[in-house]
Write a protein of this length. Structure first.
Length: 252
């Protein structure tokens, strides 16, 4: 079963869908999928996050997938502090549903969405587990004003900063990326479990980020390094199976 489940966050409409498993009695363990920054390129062969949500839901999980502000059909502009607000609202939404097992609400994040998942998961004790795939240890690629790898013009070109007057304060916008620092948050996920997944062939976020996060994290933690591979781990069958099997173990 798939149903629309949109949110209103900071007066913005955030588009989401809830996938509920068939032939399983509630309450359901749940996961929230957190995507990364869009590449700006459309791949007609890519089934996207709906396919991943269905794959995980088929294994007995309720899955909430949504588009962060500034992306897809959601309103607003790309703002990392705002992304944390969106995720917190997604947790609030699931927490209020009768069919959800509140003791088992996990976050699965990819790239920037993984860093946001670590940051929010470290703070919100309603989160039972965190899976971070290809997570940057920090956002220095954006927050380094002198030599940013990705500047605001890049985000305008790919269409996730839509308002010409946004941000109202460049300094505050950049400082947000310094604040949402996975490396300094990851230790606070414990004693809840953490799974880090990364590929050695990731050309967007170097695999060293995973090693840094793992070293900083407290137990229980697990690091899975995929030899070769690439950045979009949601398209990697081994990575997806690893995530699902790990989540099932957390229910034992």
């Amino acid at each position: 079963m798939i149903k629309d489940a949109n949110l209103t966050v900071d007066e913005l409409r955030i588009i989401g869908q809830l996938y509920l498993p068939e032939n399983v009695e509630p309450p359901y363990p749940a996961v929230i999928l957190c995507h990364g920054v869009p590449s700006g390129n459309t791949d007609p062969t890519d089934p996207g996050y709906p396919f991943l949500a269905q794959t995980i839901s088929d294994q007995g999980f309720a899955v909430y997938t949504f588009r962060f502000r500034g992306t897809g059909e959601s309103e607003g502009n790309f703002d990392i502090i705002g992304w944390t607000h969106d995720l917190k609202s997604a947790i609030n939404y699931l927490w209020g549903l009768d069919d959800i097992d509140e003791a088992h609400i996990a976050l699965i994040g990819f790239s920037a969405g993984a860093a946001v998942s670590i940051y929010v998961g470290a703070q919100d004790k309603r989160v039972s587990a965190v899976v971070a795939c290809a997570s940057p240890a920090d956002f220095s690629a954006i927050s380094n004003i002198e030599q940013p790898k990705y500047g605001i013009d890049h985000f305008r070109r790919i269409g996730i900063i839509r308002d010409p007057a946004f941000p109202p304060s460049m300094e505050e916008w950049v400082n947000g990326f310094r604040k949402i620092d996975a490396l300094h948050s990851v230790a606070d996920i414990a004693p809840r479990p953490l799974l880090l997944v990364h590929a050695t062939g990731d050309s967007v976020v170097p695999v060293q980020s995973a090693h840094k996060l793992y070293e900083q994290a407290n137990e229980p933690k697990k690091l899975v390094i995929i030899q070769g591979g690439e950045h979009r781990l949601r398209r990697d069958e081994f990575a997806v199976n690893t995530i699902i099997n790990w989540l099932k173990k957390q229910l034992e």
